[in-house]
Design a binder for this molecule. Structure first.
Ligand SMILES: *Cc1c(COP(=O)(O)O)cnc(C)c1O
Length: 233
């Protein structure tokens, strides 16, 4: 078996175990394979082993990969998620290609994505990114700003509000990490009270997918454990 196939199985086993420990059905948790900085053949290999959701963080790199894979219609089955910080001047690259943007954190970006989403494509799925750790190095909005931006997204016909995304602090302090994840879970529950259609709490990466699943994550974003270490970022 290829290494990527082996790694996918290991990650799926981690998800199943964490779900069962948390008393949740593992079918509730989607796996997003984060392929940023990785070559096309790594994506193709994961696809051939059944992976369909892929996450990318750099608009230009991602656009080039998506356009290359579009040459072969079997890759139309891929669901593309943009998960990196998105500069306003790159929003069109994303609006015209991706199925989801998980890193929406300001009004200007909402306006641009709404204007730029082509009319012949389905509405663009949106998660609001929350800076749950409050670290200045992290993008995302404050908790207080969520409800206003959620209302703006919900009013856009070319966008579909799906939930929240966060990158909790990278720390060995499990109490601190658990506290941040619990706050995300509470915010998600509060937002869902206003928008019952939302279904996505995107939280958990290679190092912290187990506590994320324990705290209600419905989508884990995993790069390193599937594709190996990255040379940059
Ligand atoms: C790179 C990245 C990931 C994947 O991180 P790993 O630690 O390699 O699993 C997940 N989410 C976001 C937003 C990322 O930028």
């Amino acid at each position: 078996m290829s290494q990527i196939a082996e790694h996918l199985k290991q990650v799926e086993a981690r998800i199943s175990r964490a779900a069962s420990d948390a008393g949740r059905p593992s079918g509730e948790i989607a796996l997003l394979a984060v392929s940023k900085t990785k070559p096309l053949d790594a994506i193709v290999e994961a696809f051939e082993h059944g992976q369909r959701r892929f996450g990318e963080s750099y608009a230009q790199e991602a656009a080039a990969k998506i356009d290359a894979l579009r040459q072969d219609s079997r890759f139309d089955a891929i669901e593309w998620h943009f998960i990196g910080p998105l500069q306003s001047n790159k929003s069109r690259l994303v609006a015209e290609r991706f199925d989801w943007v998980q890193s929406v954190d300001r009004s200007k970006l909402v306006e641009r994505l709404q204007q730029q989403r082509p009319a012949d494509m389905p509405a663009l799925n949106v998660c609001l990114q929350i800076n749950i750790s409050g670290e200045s190095s992290k993008s995302g909005m404050t908790e207080a700003a969520i409800f206003e931006l959620a209302a703006e997204v919900a009013a856009c016909d070319r966008l579909c509000l799906r939930g929240l995304m966060a990158i909790p602090e990278h720390t060995d302090d499990l109490t601190r990490l658990g506290e941040q994840m619990a706050r995300m879970q509470q915010l998600f529950t509060r937002l869902k009270a206003d928008y019952p259609q939302i279904d996505t709490l995107s939280m958990g990466m290679t190092e912290d997918l187990e506590p994320a699943i324990h705290h209600g994550s419905t989508m884990v974003r995993v790069g390193t454990a599937i594709f190996g270490a990255r040379d940059y970022s």
